[in-house]
Ligand binder design. Structure first.
Ligand code: ADP
Ligand code: ASP
Ligand code: MG
Length: 445
């Protein structure tokens, strides 16, 4: 299904740093005023005003923990309340926040759960943003619903559409909704991105604008390559590959609701609204750029199994994976060669409920059931995904990648050309991760 061509409605989600201070909110106001089609606004709770600041959401989780220990909320709560009241007064808003602040405080003191407490950052700030923009406030609890399994209930879409059917502006706070029990429930951290995507789907928007503090998805993590260039256009699938490997600009689950309706996402910078940002679309013209982005994460272990003639041993691969399945371990990749098979596992998967490593058990079970000629375990691995649609077909791409790594003296420990043809994954030692990303970036940027 594609959005109706008549739709020109824009959904604008603003992240924590975009709404952190009165000065930031003035930028938000200018962005909204500049385009009458920006009619539904989804704000986060105030994020960090500067590097030393703490997100309101984190302070609210802290309050809930303090209350659970029977301690007074004291200065932590006062800091939160002051944050909201001073933003409202700096903006000159005629908005009495006292009743809602008192209610939230009382409910947290009386033992409200963590989801309730955390969601109040968005719930309260939504009122501030609505007052600033002269928009109607819609409590997300009245329009976003979760089902018995904790997944989004499809009735959400109709509820949003019905509630926002007028011609004016609406503000729907991000991050939360109502569980089947009637209690407040949140998405996982960073979940205002998900709310924005759901609202875009419900309203059949022409575009989902996601306003943040960078001018789009950058080709790689700016903490590794400071001058990393923004990506002009990327497909939903390519972005998914990058986010899975750690590019954290957009919540992983935010793609699905918009992809279903072919609604493009536009990542924009609140501090530089003149920049075009990144468009995330269903299909793109690959042009000259084979590689769109590079992402890497630490924390993997490779288990390498060697056995002569394993290729002719029917069921060998299945029995290897059975070992992992029986121990409740999911795997990331299984590159194979003649007589060798590797299994790459995230270290998080190797920690048992008792916090002890399950690795010894893996080794023991593989030895016992598969009798390999050799079994090698390499901990401390980082994986790097170099992503671009059709890159596996592009002549010489792999050669360029490996030459760049060799020149940078990076030791490649594992290679997996994913069957998706969207990426090449390499495994390197954790200590060489940044160096490897820089080498790949310089080759393809
Ligand atoms: P918001 O609060 O607006 O939702 P986030 O902090 O969730 O913003 O996401 C934006 C941040 O993501 C950037 O400030 C940047 O530090 C980080 N980031 C990590 N990888 C990338 C990347 N490849 N491109 C852009 N930003 C990235
Ligand atoms: N405020 C929430 C968080 O900090 C949700 C969000 O910002 O998207 O995780
Ligand atoms: Mg975010």
């Amino acid at each position: 299904m594609s959005p109706s061509p008549a739709s020109s409605l824009k959904i604008a989600k603003f992240g924590g740093t975009s709404v952190a201070t009165a000065a930031q909110l003035r930028k938000v106001q200018a962005i909204i005023d500049a385009d009458p089609q920006r009619r539904v606004i989804v704000p986060s709770a105030p994020g960090k005003a500067d590097a030393k600041d703490t997100k309101v959401t984190d302070l609210l989780y802290l309050c809930q923990q303090i209350a659970a220990q029977g301690q007074p909320l004291g200065a932590v709560w006062d800091g939160i309340a002051k944050r909201f009241t001073s933003i409202a007064s700096e903006l000159g808003l005629k908005l009495d926040l006292r009743p809602v602040l008192d209610e939230v405080r009382t409910r947290i003191e009386q033992g409200a759960n963590a989801d309730y407490a955390a969601s109040r950052g968005e719930a309260i700030h939504g009122r501030v943003v609505a007052a600033l923009l002269g928009a109607e406030y819609v409590d997300a609890a009245d329009v976003v619903f979760f089902d018995r399994a904790g997944r989004l209930d499809a009735k959400t879409f109709a509820a949003i559409k019905a509630r926002c059917s007028g011609s004016g502006r609406y503000v729907i706070p991000g991050f939360y909704g109502t569980a089947i029990t009637g209690e407040i429930k949140t998405f996982s951290r960073g979940g205002s991105d998900v709310t924005g995507a759901i609202v875009a789907n419900a309203m059949d928007a022409a575009i989902y604008e996601n306003w943040t503090d960078v001018s789009g998805v950058l080709m790689t993590d700016p903490r590794v390559v400071a001058e990393a260039k923004p990506i002009a256009e990327i497909t939903y699938r390519e972005l998914r590959e990058l986010s899975y490997m750690g590019a954290s600009v957009l919540h992983e689950e935010a793609v699905f609701p918009v992809r279903e309706k072919g609604i493009p996402i536009n990542i924009r910078n609140t501090n530089r609204p003149e920049d075009p940002g990144t468009r995330i679309v269903a299909e793109r013209d690959p042009g000259h750029q084979v590689v769109v982005g590079i992402a890497g994460t630490k924390g993997f272990t490779v288990i390498n199994i060697e056995k002569a003639m394993m290729n002719s041993e029917i069921g060998f691969g299945r029995r290897v994976l059975d070992v992992f399945e029986h121990l409740g371990i999911s795997f990331e990749h299984t590159p194979t060669g003649i007589d060798t098979m590797s299994v790459v596992v995230s270290d998080k998967q190797l920690i048992g409920a008792d916090k002890a490593s399950k690795l010894d058990q893996v080794v023991e079970d593989i030895q016992a059931t598969l009798k390999p000629d050799d079994l090698k375990v390499t901990p401390g691995m980082a994986l790097i995904a170099t992503v671009g649609q059709g890159m596996n077909h592009a002549v010489g791409t792999a050669a360029r990648l490996f030459t760049a790594l060799a020149k940078a003296r990076v030791n490649v420990r594992m290679i997996d050309q994913g069957s998706s043809e969207q990426n090449i994954i390499v495994g390197v030692e954790e200590a060489e991760l940044a160096q490897a990303i820089r080498a790949i970036y310089n080759e393809f940027a």
